[in-house]
Design a protein around this ligand. Structure first.
Ligand code: EZ4
Ligand code: CO
Length: 402
């Protein structure tokens, strides 16, 4: 089997997505997600200008060699643009392998290790009462794990909380929005959110919370300690993780489990965090971390240190990445939980898929390959629109981590 052509499809069915479609001489094609939120066209051009010409004529079954060729062969390694482009190729090739062998991708990764993939979704509200309502709604829909975010009193906008009654979407069309942040107000407020949730909801529901890189290690240590009575499933991204040893300080002070890595793009970003057991869950996504080939290696490395997976699964990860995460998640032994933030109906129509949700778990489905397709005529009717993630400033105007 040979790769005969590949092309990039950029569309915006309610939000931007970049998709790579690889064709073969046997008529089988594969799809890979190449979406990097707010930097979409950089990856599209990396693929079409620099990668696609190198793929023609190669054997699509050689996922390892092609991965090494694109990683080592480029000389310039790592970084979100490069690793997202490599991921798109890698995922499309696994899709082709599955279709050519007439089997779901999870069978090529070791087969099913569990019945279903535990997922969590996002509850949010402007205040504690609204967040409580939102948590209850998802619990009624069958979710066993819910991430809770709430507006912070005295801060005009908060991460994870939608404006104007729409569902929450991190990127917005136009130029970057500016949001506000106060560590002091947040740290004073956050324990009262989880105290109320535990009093009203009880002990069984898994509660998660995303700090979104806003704290220093000692501030995160205080937060983790103050949340211990409410036994969170995890505290996510407590600090920016460029300084991996910062997590050692958090770890010394609290037993609240820690998840990080949604902005990582290589196993090297996880190295110290995992081998020192400073984290409990690794979130590096298939789409931004070099595809199924590299995510599998990272998960296997993590398994040695009792670290489980908790892959990023926000709306900027297309249904192709969601499917890839479900196939990998059902196969690996050290799976922890999968994020599931709902795509809009229009996004789901552009990417028809075999995966499904029932009673707290998701299932990749039994279609050959990844089980996701793209409706290109519908995609064409929703062209790319420039969009960015917000930036955040402290109350005095200092730019801080969003
Ligand atoms: O901010 O996906 O856990 N989920 C998140 C997301 C991220 C966006 C960035 O593109 O933190 O909301
Ligand atoms: Co997050």
């Amino acid at each position: 089997m040979k790769i005969t052509s590949a092309r990039v499809i950029v569309c915006s069915p309610d939000r931007n997505f970049v998709t790579l479609r690889i064709e073969t001489d046997e008529g089988v094609y594969g799809l890979g997600d190449a979406t990097l939120n707010g930097r979409e066209l950089a990856v599209a051009s990396y693929l079409s200008e620099h990668i696609v010409p190198c793929l023609i004529g190669r054997d699509p079954f050689q996922t390892e060699d092609i991965w090494q060729y694109l990683y080592r062969g480029a000389y310039w390694r790592r970084g979100p643009v490069t690793m997202t482009a490599i991921a798109a190729v890698d995922v499309a090739l696994w899709d082709i392998k599955g279709k050519a062998l007439n089997t779901p991708v999870y069978n090529l990764l070791g087969g099913k290790s569990r019945d279903g993939v535990l997922v969590y979704t996002h509850a949010n509200g402007g205040d504690i009462a609204e967040t409580l309502d939102s948590v209850r709604r998802y619990q009624q829909q069958g979710y066993l794990a819910v991430r809770a975010q709430s507006g912070v009193p005295g801060v005009s906008s908060s991460y994870g909380v939608p404006k104007g009654g729409k569902s929450y979407e991190p990127a917005e069309r136009g130029l970057p929005q500016e949001s506000r942040w106060s560590t002091e107000r947040y740290l004073n407020f956050a324990p009262s959110l989880f105290e109320k949730l535990r009093v009203e909801i009880g002990s069984d529901l898994h509660l998660l919370h995303d700090v979104h890189h806003r704290l220093t290690p000692i501030e995160a240590a205080r937060l983790g300690k103050s949340l211990e009575p409410y036994h969170l499933f995890w505290m996510e991204d407590p600090c920016p993780a460029e300084l991996q040893e910062g997590f050692e300080l958090i770890r010394k002070h609290t037993v609240t489990p820690i998840a990080t890595g949604e902005v990582f793009n290589s196993i090297w970003d996880t190295h110290d965090l995992i081998r020192n057991q400073w984290i409990d869950y690794i979130r590096m996504t298939i789409v931004h971390g070099g595809g199924i080939t590299h995510a599998r290696k990272t998960a296997d490395f993590a398994a040695l240190y009792h670290v489980r997976t908790g892959f990023h699964g926000a709306t900027d990860l297309s249904p192709i990445t969601m499917a890839a995460a479900l196939h990998l998640g059902i196969a690996i032994h050290n799976f922890g939980i999968q994020e599931h933030m709902h795509h809009t109906t229009l996004t789901d129509e552009v990417f028809p898929h075999a995966y499904s949700f029932a009673e707290g778990y998701m299932y990749p489905g039994d279609a050959p390959g990844l089980g996701v397709d793209i409706d290109e005529s519908l995609a064409d009717r929703h062209p790319y629109q420039r969009a960015y993630l917000p930036v955040a400033r402290k109350l005095d105007g200092t730019l801080t981590d969003w």
